[in-house]
Design a protein around this ligand. Structure first.
Ligand code: P6P
Length: 333
């Protein structure tokens, strides 16, 4: 009989000592995300069956129609994180401002802040395309005991202590890093347990997949246009294959397994691109770099960017190291 895969719980306990500041709180934080993800997974998987899909009739701070599952996922993760009394603050794509969280005795002693996109790619829900949750975890930099402040959330990505995503696809996976490599856990929905299915994930150094919304081609900077044409030329291992799901977690997860580059460049329609630095680009960049890949805005490392506001957007080039470097070469000319 093959050795059963390690469960997420067993993995966390075994690697507890490698967590920086291993007071067990980060483990409990990851566990709370694991629990909320199971509930969201249940709701996402039955979305077509009950009147829970479709727009919620509200728009979020991004001006995007809020899908009902967006709102539900946001509320579920916030509630779970607050109940576990580990975080002092939460920021979410679905919340205009950050949420201050008090501890059990009304104090502000909790050490961590969580930033998240509770359900990225939610416009895909009604067409049954996979979506994802993205989370980013920092230690607060303001003194414990005081209410969390905006500066606790505006830390550069290289300060993250953990980051991860859940992909609600043909199977549900939790993929995360605490700075010691990237591991993927697949949920067995029958028993509600995650198993270590993808240990030590490595981003292939190169690949033959490029992911970009080519419908925006005419609006891209000339360097991006020239890189896309480079991908399409008949030479060596090119032309590459174009694969774009329109769901960030799905596109990057596929490229991390097969090799490839994901691009959301700036354009004449969106001067800083579309993706948010704090709860989309930074966590994905942490994961991609920990797996040996690269993530930049076309010019500088994503995780070195000093954030200035919660919902700021940045251009995003992310994936196989050699492919990102080639794209940056075209951008620099
Ligand atoms: P476009 C989903 O809304 C999202 O934030 C990412 O998940 C996805 O990669 C991107 O936007 C798709 O944007 O403009 O190509 O539809």
């Amino acid at each position: 009989m093959t050795q059963p895969h390690q469960t997420l719980g067993e993995y966390i306990i075994e690697n507890q000592k490698t967590f920086q500041y291993s007071s067990g709180e980060l483990s409990r934080l990851i566990n709370s995300i694991r629990l909320a993800a199971k509930v969201v997974n249940h709701e996402v998987n039955k979305a077509g069956l009950v009147d829970i899909t479709g727009a919620y009739g509200e728009t979020n701070v991004q001006g995007e129609d809020q899908q009902k599952l967006d709102v539900l996922a946001n509320e579920l993760f916030i509630e779970t994180l607050i109940n576990r009394e580990i975080v002092c603050g939460i920021a979410s794509e679905e919340e205009d401002d950050f949420i201050t969280v008090k501890g059990h005795n009304e104090n502000h002693d909790n050490k961590y802040v969580v930033l998240m996109d509770p359900l990225d790619g939610s416009s895909n829900i009604d067409v049954n395309v996979s979506v994802g949750t993205i989370f980013s975890i920092y230690r607060r930099i303001t003194p414990a005991g005081e209410p969390v402040q905006l500066k606790d959330f505006l830390q550069p990505g290289h300060q993250q202590v953990a980051a991860g995503y859940i992909i609600y696809g043909t199977s549900t996976m939790l993929v995360y890093t605490t700075g010691h490599g990237v591991n993927g856990f697949t949920l067995n929905p029958a028993i509600g347990t995650y198993y270590l299915s993808h240990p030590n994930m490595q981003f292939p150094e190169s690949g033959r997949i490029y992911s970009v919304n080519e419908g925006n081609y005419i609006h891209f900077p000339i360097g991006v246009k020239k890189y896309i044409k480079y991908c399409q030329e008949e030479e060596g291992d090119r032309p590459y294959t174009s694969r774009y799901i329109g769901s960030l977690v799905s596109d990057i997860h596929r490229n991390m397994i097969k090799g490839g580059i994901y691009m959301y460049p700036k354009s004449s329609k969106a001067e800083n691109g579309k993706l948010r630095l704090l709860y989309e680009c930074n966590p994905m960049a942490f994961i991609v770099e920990q797996a040996g890949g690269k993530a930049s805005d076309g010019f500088q490392r994503i995780m070195d960017i000093q954030p200035t506001e919660l919902h700021e957007r940045v251009p995003f080039f992310c994936g196989s190291k050699k492919m990102v470097e080639k794209a940056e070469e075209f951008m620099s000319k």
